[in-house]
Design a binder for this molecule. Structure first.
Ligand SMILES: [Zn+2]
Length: 662
């Protein structure tokens, strides 16, 4: 209905006598909308009274959020800022949010912004993309009213609808540019039927809907979920932990909380310290994916069907493990360049391979160490990560330091050429962490592990932040100087990773997966079995676009690239016969390596026949198409180290402590 969408601030544009009459009516209506009972109560508190014994000083910033237009994905916000006698108030909205290193321009979703001294309009001018200047001479407090459109389902954006709302601080709140240290009070006015609020923000009064943050950093760092939420609580190490699921139909939050508790315990033990007063897992089953870490909470997004499928649920447990590990690594233990957030611009750092890569190494590792997944499942995940890196031509183009530095413009903005030009600091960082871990074990005769490095980094650099050099020096200390030098070389170069020490240390080998039709070249040559090509060796990714097979990615150096296939081409036929995207893998598998054939493609409407040469498939390592398995007869030493690595109690031996359990 239009009346509900008409913003009350449109009164600023009424000028005729009739308009002024209408305006008077609207003001009356607006007051009932914008200054309801609870706002008066909170403003009383701001004037010096107290809410539940908490007194608020006049420096605090007050936000009230309303969801009257949730069906239109809009949240109404009224903010109240102290001016402290200033003539102008410069308000800022962040352009990014910590943990997600891309400028997202949150201000693009701000609508209908206007400022008032009580109910008298004040001049409010936008000065750049994310700043507004309010003229406020002789005004004690500026009231700002605006709406924010939120319909981007992601862990670092807003989603507002009638069933529930998810608010990200950076995407919602404007703050005085020089007032980031001000205490913030947030009052949420829920819709009828919304019974719960889930957030790590402290309760201010007897009402759960009024919360407080000690400063803007905490407000930004404390996402809020409102709706009908299934909340399960469990005290672990004397601290309450909550799992809040919405929408919760078909999800067993109790079981998920019990499983998460095992991960929580083992990670608390790993770090040896519980640095938070409470912790919230905000579990949004929205068919989206991903997670975002915060000091005392995390946002998780997954499918509502996650618990129905074992591998998906293990994925979810890995996500829980990953985000919770960040409670220490990157939230409280930060690279120097992130010690103070600058919400106005990018902050360039080269340590994301530690912050994200090593967190990725430990995420699935803690799932297996806590007994929630099997070593076999773990090896399958490690194999996939190795395949991802080894199949990306970009591993030979970009090193890990550059990958981290350019996250703002590259990692978060992948295009069709990404696999050719980039390497992921998550995936390669995790693999490097795994290889480094084993090297530390070998170099210290199993006295030390990467776990010890992480704990030393925490103890020494929590207060000041760390650099890559600080980390390498700890590696030198525990694993020997050559290992620290090796690490520096790995980080700053694109040289191929050597998996052999890793395989030898734990008694592992590569084996073609049973589902794969690929035949390793070496064994094919020796056994006389024809060597068949694989889709992976052609290096094309394609999709079915309204019945047409469109090429989405062309991997540099692979057979498809050498044949001259380009992104956007339509694949019509292989070897003279029509082929669809769904048939591609099977049909390529019928071609012998060494064979010459043709590809018929349509490029911007013109038919082209390209020669596809399978004489020499790309020199990919054996790893990409194979899976890691244990050797048949591991040595006792391999067995001991394997048990220590994965925290397998039956295999752990005296003198070789199971990592992560101390
Ligand atoms: Zn992460």
């Amino acid at each position: 209905m239009r009346t509900s969408t008409e913003h009350p601030l449109s009164i600023r544009f009424f000028t005729s006598p009739m308009d002024r009459f209408v305006r008077a009516l609207l003001v009356a209506c607006c007051l009932s909308v914008w200054i309801p009972e609870h706002r008066v109560r909170a403003q009383d508190a701001l004037a010096g009274e107290s809410l539940a014994g908490e007194s608020l000083d006049n420096d605090s910033v007050y936000f009230q959020v309303r969801f009257d237009e949730a069906a239109m994905h809009r949240v109404w916000i009224e903010a109240s800022y102290p001016t402290k006698g200033a003539k102008e108030l410069r308000l800022m909205m962040p352009v990014w949010t910590p943990g997600s290193y891309m400028v997202r321009e949150y201000a693009r979703q701000v609508e209908s912004i206007a400022a008032f001294d009580k109910e008298s309009p004040l001049k409010c001018v936008k000065s750049d993309k994310n700043h507004w200047v309010v003229s406020c001479e002789n005004t004690q407090r500026v009231t700002l009213r605006y709406t924010v459109y939120g319909r981007e389902m992601g862990v670092r954006t807003n989603w507002i609808e009638e069933q529930f709302a998810f608010l990200t601080g950076a995407a919602t709140f404007l703050i005085p540019q020089d007032g980031l240290d001000r205490r913030c009070v947030l009052e949420c006015v829920p819709r009828a039927g919304w019974g719960q609020i889930a957030t790590s923000l402290s309760v201010l009064s007897t009402s759960p809907w009024v919360r407080t943050a000690k400063n803007f950093d905490e407000l930004v760092d404390s996402p809020v979920v409102l709706g009908s939420i299934d909340i399960q609580a469990q005290e672990i190490s004397g601290v309450p932990h909550y799992l809040a699921t919405v929408p919760s139909e078909g999800w067993d939050t109790k079981k998920a909380m019990a499983d998460a508790a095992k991960i929580i315990k083992i990670e608390q033990e790993f770090w040896g310290e519980v640095p938070y007063p409470q912790y919230w897992f905000l579990n949004l089953l929205t068919e989206a994916g991903g997670g975002l870490e915060h000091d005392n909470s995390t946002v998780l997004m997954a499918s509502r069907w996650t618990q129905k499928q074992r591998s998906k649920y293990v994925d979810w447990l890995g996500l829980v493990s990953h985000e919770f590990f960040h409670t220490w690594n990157v939230r409280r233990l930060r690279p120097k360049g992130l010690m103070k957030y600058d919400y106005n611009q990018e902050q360039y750092i080269q340590e994301l391979w530690i912050a994200e890569g090593l967190t990725s190494y430990y995420d699935d590792l803690f799932v297996v160490r806590s007994g929630l997944s099997t070593p076999k499942e773990y090896l399958e995940r490690v194999s996939k990560s190795i395949q991802t890196v080894q199949n990306s031509p970009g591993r030979q183009v970009q090193n890990l330091l550059d990958s981290s530095f350019d996250s703002w413009i590259k990692f978060y903005r992948p295009d069709e050429n990404a696999a050719n030009s980039r390497v992921s600091y998550y995936v390669k960082g995790a693999i490097l962490g795994m290889l480094l871990d084993v090297q530390i074990r070998l170099g210290s005769e199993d006295k030390h592990t990467l776990d010890d490095c992480m704990r030393l980094l925490w103890q020494r650099h929590r207060a000041t932040g760390y650099s890559n050099e600080d980390f390498s020096n700890i590696v030198r200390e525990l694993g020997g100087k050559p290992l620290g030098d090796w690490l520096d070389e790995q980080l700053g170069s694109t040289q191929e990773l050597d998996y052999q020490p890793f395989l030898d240390a734990y008694g592992l080998m590569w084996k073609a997966s049973e589902s794969s039709k690929e035949v390793p070249q070496e064994s094919g040559a020796s056994s006389g079995v024809p060597k068949m090509a694989t889709a992976g060796q052609i290096g094309l990714e394609m999709s079915n676009l309204a019945g047409r097979t469109q090429v989405d990615k062309v991997l540099r150096g692979f057979a498809g690239s050498r044949a001259g296939v380009q992104v956007g081409d339509e694949i019509v036929a292989l070897g003279g016969y029509r082929v669809t995207a769904e048939q591609w893998t099977d049909r390529v598998g019928m071609l012998e390596i060494g064979q010459q054939t043709t590809l018929l493609v349509a490029r911007r409407g013109k038919m082209l026949e390209l020669g596809l040469d399978l004489a020499s498939v790309p020199q990919v390592d054996s790893a990409p198409s194979w899976n890691l398995v244990r050797v048949e007869k591991p040595t006792p030493e391999q067995e001991k180290r394997w048990g220590a690595w994965l925290g397998l109690p039956s295999l752990a031996v005296p003198g070789v402590e199971a990592s992560g359990t101390k």
